[in-house]
Design a protein around this ligand. Structure first.
Ligand SMILES: [Zn+2]
Length: 87
């Protein structure tokens, strides 16, 4: 069981993969690939680019299946990072 879901990329992640805040404490909302030292690693990422990334990952079988990628994509608009964009 994976305890965390990244609120940016929608991928499940483990305790060891948590993002970090500016003060080096852990951030339970984002994975380290998305959020490091208090900033998004790719601040210009759009929801659309992320969808493409997920589908590409599924295509090369990089950790997720196509079904999983599609499931994640459906949930993306509910995640913290992308909800904020719509305000
Ligand atoms: Zn992430």
């Amino acid at each position: 069981m994976v305890p965390y879901t990244c609120q940016s990329c929608g991928m499940p992640f483990t305790k060891e993969m948590r993002g970090t805040n500016r003060d080096k404490s852990f951030n339970n909302d984002y994975c380290i690939k998305c959020f490091k030292d208090g900033e998004f690693t790719n601040p210009h990422l759009t929801l659309h680019q992320l969808e493409i990334q997920l589908l590409e990952m599924a295509e090369v079988h990089n950790g997720i299946s196509l079904e999983e990628a599609q499931q994640i994509i459906r949930k993306l608009p509910e995640l913290k990072r992308w909800r904020m964009e719509n305000i």
